[in-house]
Design a binder for this molecule. Sequence first.
Ligand code: UT7
Length: 325
Amino acid sequence: MKFIRSEIIGHGHYAPAKVLTNDDMAKIVETSDEWITTRTGIKTRHIVENELNSDLSFRAAQMALQTAGITAEDVDLVVLATVTPDNTTPATAIKVATMLGTRPGTPALDVSAACSGFVYALTVADNMIRLGQVKTAVVIGSETLSKITDWTDRNTCVLFGDGAGAVVLRAREGNGDAKDTGILSTKLYSDGSHYDTLRTTGGVSSTQTAGFITMDGKEVFKYAINSLTQAAEEAMKLADINIEEIDWLLPHQANIRIIEGVGKKMNLPDEKIIANLAHHGNTSAASIPLALSEKMSEGSVKKGDIVVLTAMGAGFTWGGAVVRI
Ligand code: UT7
């Protein structure tokens, strides 16, 4: 029986032009380059000025279509992971699909799973491809977190940035084993007992406002290393991939100390761990596809490489995926 895999055939990323350095942040709140660098590893973040989430998504998706060598006419599905949509409804994915020029009637949806959003969106698209419902999907992670950042709260405002990343997935026949190309496994989790630990202060149903991000950073930190490790290891087990076979670990980009903690727990050398948060900060659902596309564009992540994605964020949600590029 033939086995369907979702292969990553294109990748794209985009970050708005305006950059805020840690010194710029020190003019906004009481902080310092030294504190932000040592506690988080972040040096700069990109911030939108006159662009919407749909604009960032469009740029990343357009690059992904170009690198895939296909047009929007070939796309059967658009999935956008975000917590910062243009409007509460309709889904921003629908606007992006139209901006890209997909065929009329092409399904498009947003996925809300905070920093795990891209792994969730990838899982949705992968399963629709493997069921044979669609052949080609654009999966985007895009955020304008600066719009829900409390710029008076030094505990959070130094952490976040805006940006987008995207991949194009296409159905490909495989053997159903670890030698296949494409997404080899996905694994998702959530635990609502931590609902209040990291959230916005508002929402449509509760306050009729978007609210601002508020977080008990220490509490999130406590869970982050374990859940990122658990998701990565479980996805590896499902894919039948062992630690020596991994070329890259790509964790959600929230804090370099968390990333290093996961690397240590998994016994992975630093050279195999992707980290770009020094330039982008935490871009929530955009963080993984943005970093993946940057590394693929540089040529460091290349055809045949095994990449383990792992993410954790508000909810809590967490999840992992193993991909052979
Ligand atoms: O994206 C979803 C996942 N999110 C995360 O993974 C975030 C996880 N948490 C973290 O990354 C870290 O907890 C933070 C970076 C948010 C904070 O680092 P920390 O080492 O846990 O610092 P802390 O919250 O314990 O704060 C230490 C001190 C406090 O001062 P006191 O009470 O010890 O006098 C804070 O008030 O640092 C102070 N502080 C700051 N100082 C300068 C907090 N923020 C700042 C700041 N600049 N921006």
